[in-house]
Design a protein around this ligand. Structure first.
Ligand SMILES: *Cc1c(COP(=O)(O)O)cnc(C)c1O
Length: 234
């Protein structure tokens, strides 16, 4: 369970993560502020999100729709930005399209088409990242690097979505060189898409255990859960 002593509070952990990001930007020649922090609040209650909001955090990531909807409803009118980062089943697309600002795990056209059709036209387009299965791991979601260009061009043409970039969860690796190799593949895939005429600005990569490597390879958004809220017990 998370230790709630003052020195270990959400505010203190958030400050430490922000500092880590700023230092990593400096170490790897990234401009200050190049990396956005997404606080992954899955498994934690709305009260913990509120503590992070009071510490200045506005962007939150959730993985499970049933868990996320009541939390979103409990925190209205705070200008929060909600990112859906979990696997997307087709029966979930409607509520994702209605209640989220971003979706990170899109990996097939049928899901993107549903999200676009179900996004209310009066709302801004839903921001989308395509998940890339960078290690070609059969148990993991994501489009292969090979099939990515066809999917990216099809999704970019959908009216109520805005294709922003790529997301990846690389295979577990304990050394930074191996971590960087995987993230580099994602960055190069994004560069190729931009070279072919798309205008993507987001590399959603890096979690609590590998954010340094992700920032070194060009992440523009890191998705950080346990380093802010504590270890999840599931
Ligand atoms: C849970 C989760 C995270 C956060 O992971 P931590 O290791 O807790 O930082 C990031 N991205 C996705 C897709 C997740 O499911």
């Amino acid at each position: 369970m998370r230790n709630n002593s003052p020195t270990d509070s959400i505010q203190a952990r958030l400050d430490a993560v922000r500092q880590h990001i700023a230092e990593a930007e400096r170490r790897h020649g990234r401009p200050p502020g190049a990396v956005t922090l997404l606080a992954v609040s899955k498994a934690w209650p709305a009260a913990d999100i509120l503590a992070a909001v009071e510490a200045g955090q506005t962007r939150f990531g959730e993985s499970y729709l049933q868990e996320a909807l009541p939390k979103i409803a409990a925190l209205p009118d705070k200008g929060l930005e909600w990112h859906f980062i979990g696997p997307i089943q087709s029966n979930k697309t409607k509520n994702i399209a209605l209640h989220f600002d971003w979706v990170h795990g899109v990996d097939r056209l049928s899901i993107a088409e549903r999200l676009s059709a179900q996004r209310p036209p009066h709302m801004p387009p839903l921001n989308v990242c395509l998940q890339v299965n960078v290690g070609n791991e059969p148990q993991k979601a994501g489009v292969s690097v090979k099939e990515l260009p066809v999917l990216a061009n099809a999704v970019a043409a959908l009216p109520h979505l805005k294709l922003r970039g790529l997301m990846a969860i690389p295979p577990q690796a304990d050394n930074i060189e191996e971590q960087r190799r995987a993230f580099r593949i994602v960055r190069e895939a994004l560069e190729r898409l931009n070279g072919s005429g798309l205008a993507l600005d987001t590399l959603s990569m890096g979690m609590s255990g590998d954010m340094e490597a992700a920032i070194a390879e060009g992440a523009t958004l890191v998705r950080i859960g346990s380093a802010i809220f504590g270890e999840r017990i599931t």
